[in-house]
Write a protein that binds this ligand. Structure first.
Ligand SMILES: [Fe+2]
Length: 290
């Protein structure tokens, strides 16, 4: 039986790298929090890093667009988009294959991509958290930008699947799950540059409380309207929270409003207009610093 030893969530905008001004206090605070996550994951030294994120029409296009896709094979390659350097990232192929086969058997209509290319949604956080690119990764793509968008409870079910697969992995395999995206931001619209800090703070309060039920009660359409067309990327936070939870049966039809995940520790939140995003990082598990 494998073991989930850590779960984290971070924003992933490429501007954190492309538009970094080291002498800017806000930028520095964000990078300091990434350095902390980097140090913690280094201490945890997982065998597998599952990165749950979204892509931005680089890997998929409208002639073939999955809702959830698992990257399988041996290697993923960064697109080199958005000013984030490309790199080759080793894949945890056996874990990915098991996630794919067990997920499909459990009723998830998972797509797969062999030796996928991954954009800044994966590469920006990986560059900041593990620039050595030496931890085998399982990239999991969730649609967060192209309607119709799935409900957030489906992302929680994906987290539950991840947790179950981990329990069926070989003994002693250790796993960290990292969800990336959000928080509030508008991409390519007249509102670009706006940030809804009130939305972000409300969301992060739910993260601190481990109140996944309250997050699942949010309608995707409301998230879009309130926090921008980039905000549905919080679905990747939801998957990481659910993976770290012991709760069973997330929202088959309606969310359980009393459902609880682990309490999260918000490591940083900054409203960063010049990066056009509300930037947050959180440790979702363990509750204490590893
Ligand atoms: Fe994004």
């Amino acid at each position: 039986m494998g073991r989930l030893v850590g779960a984290y969530a971070t924003s992933h905008t490429a501007m954190m790298i492309r538009k970094l001004q080291p002498d800017n206090d806000v930028h520095a605070a964000v990078h300091q929090a990434f350095a902390q996550v980097r140090a913690e994951i280094d201490r945890l030294s997982p065998d597998v890093l599952v990165v749950v994120s979204s892509e931005h029409l680089a890997s998929f296009s409208y002639d073939s667009f999955p809702q959830i896709c698992v990257g399988i094979g041996e290697i993923a390659t960064g697109w080199g988009d958005g000013g984030v350097a490309s790199a080759e990232v080793p894949l945890a192929g056996a874990f990915a294959a098991q996630l794919l086969s067990e997920g499909v058997a459990a009723g998830f209509d998972l797509a797969f991509s062999a030796n996928p290319k991954i954009d800044h949604a994966f590469m920006a956080p990986l560059t900041l958290i593990r620039p050595e690119m030496d931890i085998p990764v399982v990239p999991v793509f969730q649609n967060a930008n192209t309607e119709p968008l799935p409900p957030l409870w489906r992302s929680a079910q994906l987290g539950e699947l991840l947790r179950d697969v981990i329990t069926r992995r070989p003994a002693a395999e250790t796993v960290v799950v990292l969800g990336t995206g959000g928080l509030s931001h508008w991409v390519g619209t007249p509102e670009m540059g706006q940030i809804n800090s009130a939305f972000d703070e409300r969301f992060l309060q739910h993260v601190r409380a481990g109140d996944l039920g309250a997050i699942l009660a949010m309608k995707t359409a409301d998230v879009l309207a309130e926090a921008g067309n980039g905000a549905p990327e919080i679905c990747n936070w939801v998957t990481a929270m659910a993976a770290a939870s012991r709760q069973e049966g997330w929202g088959v039809s309606e969310p359980e409003r009393t459902a609880r995940g682990p309490r999260g520790v918000v490591l940083a939140y900054e409203s960063v207009p010049d990066w056009a995003t509300g930037i947050a990082l959180a440790r979702l598990a363990p509750e204490e610093e590893p």
